[in-house]
Ligand binder design. Structure first.
Ligand code: ADP
Ligand code: MG
Length: 300
């Protein structure tokens, strides 16, 4: 049994909250699915908490998502589940990367963990983005660990990249830190492939029957400034709120100049009570363009 397998066996049967940390293409998602599948086979109720906003294991990009895995029927007999299927819950962050969105990303991770616990999860596997270095990478991961208090952090290390971060975890917290080398079979994904993956994620999400609703300009967070031209919201991605603190799903806005009307398109089953503005526009073929809401509003 190699070291990866030994860690999988132990964590899947004994772990509570297990967080995976590593750079881009370090094998986090593959290992996370393997641990989740082994946990389910061991008879445990498992939650897969996907806090990577771009390269999703479950659900659409721009959201922190949660998939409950309760029975072996949901995972194949051997190997990791190739796809986890539709998420059970999500939290809209509104960006495909953590940059500029550390606060909603950490809050969303905390909310989805609380939901996993409510759903009876015995093992929670927390998958994360590849942002592990620099000041923002450290601030992000530090606060995630501080909030969700994993009992095990698994670092998938390539060279010395993770040393500062894992050192911080060990100094500040009593979480167990396990370090594994990046698996020899890991394949790197190009920038282009990542973009295609994200586009596929959006395309699949919006492929379901999409409903349209007329949108009043008063429903937004952040609130639209006075004299704001609603046309500027055309194709902006939004999160649909149920008015009880939960994300119903994602949608995008469309502005009809002829009618002077703003509309929302979303596969969510239920109409929203309010909308959270994202920081991307969904353009043709689900390509995305970043938007800074402060620039859009012309405010701070
Ligand atoms: N143990 C492994 N054996 C074979 N291929 C792997 C293994 N781990 C990862 N890969 C491959 O490497 C690529 C990146 O892995 P992934 O788990 O998506 O990394 P990350 O989530 O860190 O970005 C994927 O194509 C995946 O199939
Ligand atoms: Mg991944």
């Amino acid at each position: 049994m190699d070291r990866h397998q030994a860690v999988v066996e132990r964590v899947a049967t004994q772990g509570g909250v297990v967080m995976l940390i590593g750079g881009l293409d370090s094998g986090k998602t593959t290992l996370g699915k393997t641990i989740a599948a082994a946990g389910v086979r061991a008879g445990r109720t498992v939650a897969y908490l996907d806090a990577d906003l771009g390269q999703k294991a479950t659900g659409p990009p721009t959201a922190v998502t949660l998939k409950m895995l309760r029975s072996p029927a949901e995972v194949p007999e051997e190997g990791p589940p190739a796809v986890l299927g539709e998420p059970d819950a999500m939290y809209f962050v509104g960006s495909t990367s953590p940059s500029g969105q550390l606060l909603p990303l950490v809050v969303g991770t905390g909310r989805m963990l609380a939901r996993a616990v409510d759903e009876g999860a015995e093992l929670v596997v927390v998958d994360t983005s590849g942002l592990v270095s620099g000041v923002y990478g450290q601030i992000l991961k530090y606060h995630k660990v501080e909030l969700i208090q994993p009992d095990v952090v698994i670092g998938l290390a390539r060279g010395e990249e993770l040393d500062p971060l894992l050192g911080i975890f060990q100094r500040f917290f009593d979480t167990e830190v396990l370090v594994l080398p990046v698996h020899a079979d890991v394949r790197s994904t190009s920038v282009d492939e990542r973009a295609r993956n994200r586009e596929r994620g959006f395309r699949e999400y919006f492929a379901e029957p999409v409903q349209r609703w007329r949108v009043k300009p008063t429903v937004f967070m952040p609130a639209l400034p006075a004299l704001f031209e609603p046309e500027q919201l055309d194709r902006i991605l939004v999160g649909l709120s149920d008015g009880k603190g939960n994300t119903l799903g994602l949608g995008y806005l469309e502005y009809s100049r002829e009618e002077g009307v703003l509309r929302l398109s979303s596969p969510a089953a239920e109409g929203p009570k309010a909308l959270k503005l994202g920081s991307v526009r969904l353009e043709e073929d689900f390509r995305i363009r970043r938007v800074d809401v402060r620039n859009l509003f012309g405010t701070d």
